[in-house]
Ligand binder design. Structure first.
Ligand SMILES: Cc1ncc(COP(=O)(O)O)c(C=O)c1O
Length: 424
């Protein structure tokens, strides 16, 4: 029992053997690290998959967002509206552009609430950014109407929503522009990576100019990312399988020595820029992203099946399942399957850890995640999005990635079903 396979939401959750072997081989092929034809191949695949004219890869979603804000001409004094319950990586580019992030509360699918959006628009508003949280599309028709009436730009943050559809159309094709992420625990992963897309040629030209001005990341940064699939799968996870304390120690040690990267840098939690962004997408990570892209349909089919399994198995008198809704006009990908509870989520996560189920994906306990982000530096005022604040306290996100079998999902279901509302 000591060596039972741990269940993870984070680390390198999407990686399969071929991804690990590919990353391992690339470590010994440094001539392929920066420039190479995989960058153009990846952009071509995405142009065809999304049916958009302009696709530009970057070393992260946040770099792509910086390029988008620059190309839209967003400057100091402008306001960009986005939902509460978001990641600081989506806010920092707005701060860097000089604009003010304005937070809008969320609806019952954890997405931007059009009614609160109307209340928060001012004469300084320039753009609205919608998130499609955990892969469930936002109320696009309502939001597009408000955006048009107020002559604003619409940016889609598709970091969670690669493959999600709204009225049979892919997310990322509704706004003036959109960005995607290939972060370590996203739908597809190359540890870091992302892309900006638009059908507007003028905007596309400006993004090209922005990208020509920025450099490739340094070799040590690229190497750090190539080591991630290997070390998380063969060192960190086995350490967690022995004991959670050992796992944390090993992971912490690899972070301290900068052998492994963190998803968000310390300075970013205080609204500061870091030298790692914006940067061009290195070819080596494009090779990893391309390999994952070939598996997109299988990955998303699996995510939907695991989500349906949770939906069926979790006792609804104990937990609220915010995405247990009819999917008449949406086809979500379920990057995670969120559940809400008024029970103590810290206690549930602690009990889960004892069973080697690691459910903390960082999306909890704060309207701007991760939890130790400085809200003041993000321009977030407590009380401004009451629903986002409440949900952030009561959410647990269940994993749906390709390495979660139905047996694993059953273990997760059994764990949460042991909690009942009267067990306080
Ligand atoms: C909702 C959301 N937007 C934007 C980002 C930024 O993406 P990236 O990590 O690729 O910069 C993330 C992830 O960090 C995210 O979760």
């Amino acid at each position: 029992m000591i060596f039972s396979k741990p269940i993870f939401t984070s680390l390198s959750p999407n990686t399969e053997k071929d991804d690990i072997i590919l990353a391992f081989k690339l470590i010994f092929q440094p001539w392929k690290w920066k420039k190479g034809d995989s960058i153009q191949k990846l952009e071509k695949e995405f142009r065809s998959y999304l049916g958009v004219n302009n696709v530009f890869v970057f070393n992260s979603g946040r770099s792509a967002l910086l390029a988008i804000l620059d190309s839209l001409g967003i400057v100091e004094g402008d306001e960009v509206l986005l939902q509460g319950f978001t990641c600081n990586a989506a806010i920092n580019p707005i701060l860097k552009s000089g604009a003010k992030p304005v937070f809008v509360d969320i609806d019952d699918t954890l997405n931007l609430d059009p009614n609160d959006l109307k209340k928060k628009i001012t004469s300084n508003s320039k753009a609205v950014m919608i998130q499609h949280s955990f892969g469930w599309p936002a109320q696009i028709d309502e939001i597009v109407k408000i955006v048009k009436e107020n002559n604003l730009f619409l940016i889609e943050d598709c970091a969670h929503a690669l493959g999600s559809r709204y009225k049979e159309k892919l997310c990322g094709t509704f706004g003036d522009t959109a960005f995607f992420s290939f972060g370590r625990d996203k739908i597809l992963s190359s540890v870091f990576g992302g892309l900006a897309v638009t059908n507007n040629h003028e905007l596309g030209k400006k993004i090209v100019v922005f990208r020509e001005r920025i450099k490739y990341p340094c070799n040590s940064w690229i190497l750090q990312q190539l080591l991630h699939p290997l070390l998380t799968n063969y060192i960190v996870m086995p350490a967690y399988a022995l004991s959670a304390v050992l796992g944390r120690l090993v992971l912490g040690f690899l972070h301290i020595l900068s052998i492994l990267s963190k998803a968000v840098y310390k300075k970013e939690k205080r609204g500061k820029s870091v030298k790692q962004f914006p940067k061009q997408f290195p070819n080596a990570l494009a090779v990893l992203a391309l390999n994952q892209f070939e598996k997109l349909e299988r990955f998303n089919k699996h995510r939907r099946e695991i989500a349906a399994f949770y939906q069926k198995g979790i006792k609804k008198d104990n937990f609220i399942l915010p995405l247990d809704k009819e999917k008449i006009i949406v086809d979500p990908v379920f990057m995670r399957y969120p559940v809400l509870t008024d029970l103590d989520t810290d206690e549930i996560l602690k009990k889960a850890r004892k069973r080697k189920i690691f459910l903390d994906d960082g999306w909890r306990k704060s309207p701007v995640v991760p939890i130790d982000t400085c809200l003041e530096k993000m321009n977030y005022k407590l009380g401004s999005c009451p629903r986002a604040e409440k949900i952030s306290q009561s959410i647990i996100n269940l994993p749906t990635h390709i390495n979660i079998s139905q047996k694993d999902a059953k273990k997760v279901i059994n764990l949460v079903n042991e909690y009942t509302r009267d067990k306080r």
